[in-house]
Design a protein around this ligand. Structure first.
Ligand SMILES: [Zn+2]
Ligand SMILES: [Zn+2]
Length: 169
C-alpha cells in the first residue's frame, strides 16, 4: 500500500514524483539497500553493521527530507537498520510457501513490524549546511505540501499537483 504525489515547477515545468509507502517490489528494494550497505555505498559504519548479521534489514519506505535552514530537500528511503527481535523465531516463520530460513532472507521485511527492532537510526543530514533534516512520511503530506519546496534545477517554486495522491495496493 502506498501513495504517490507529484510536484511541478511553476517556472521550468519539471515534475518531481514522490512514491511513499510499501509498493510493489518492496522486498527487492530492501535487498538492494542491503547490497548497497554491504558494498560500502552507505558508508563504513553501515557496511560493518549490516555484515554482522544477514537478517538485519534496511527499511525501503520512502520519506521526504527537508532542511529548515536552507530549504534543500531530498526524497528517498530511510536508511535506519533493523534487527530481528528473535532470530530463531523469525527463521521459522512462514512467508508464502517457504519459511524465512528457506528463503534465506525475509521477503516481507518490515511489513511484519513486530518482528524487528530499530538498532541504528540513520540521521539524514543536509549536504549544504550539515543540519539534521526533518523527515516527512506519506501521512504527513498536509505538512509537507505547505513547505514551499524549490525546484533543484532552476530554484523555481514547486506546486503541489492536487490531482495526485493516488493510492495503490
Ligand atoms: Zn524548475
Ligand atoms: Zn540545509
Amino acid at each position: 500500500m502506498g501513495t504517490g504525489y507529484v510536484f511541478r515547477c511553476k517556472d521550468c515545468g519539471k515534475e518531481y514524483g514522490m512514491s511513499f509507502g510499501l509498493g510493489f517490489g518492496y522486498s527487492d528494494e530492501c535487498q538492494k539497500l542491503r547490497q548497497a550497505a554491504l558494498s560500502g555505498e552507505l558508508g563504513d559504519e553501515w557496511r560493518r553493521i549490516m555484515s554482522e548479521n544477514e537478517y538485519y534489514i534496511i527499511k525501503a519506505e520512502n520519506y521526504l527530507y527537508y532542511c529548515r535552514n536552507c530549504g534543500r530537500w531530498e526524497f528517498g528511503p530511510k536508511l535506519s537498520i533493523y534487527a530481528p527481535k528473535d532470530l530463531e523465531d523469525l527463521l521459522e516463520q512462514q512467508r508464502g510457501d517457504k519459511t524465512v530460513r528457506e528463503w534465506g532472507y525475509d521477503p516481507w521485511g518490515l511489513m511484519s513490524k513486530e518482528d524487528y527492532k530499530l538498532i541504528r537510526r540513520y540521521r539524514h543530514v543536509c549536504p549544504e549546511c550539515k543540519k539534521a533534516m526533518k523527515q516527512y512520511g506519506e501521512h504527513d503530506w498536509e505538512s509537507f505540501h505547505k513547505l514551499h519546496l524549490k525546484c533543484p534545477d532552476c530554484n523555481g517554486e514547486l506546486a503541489f499537483d492536487e490531482s495526485t495522491g493516488i493510492m495503490w495496493d
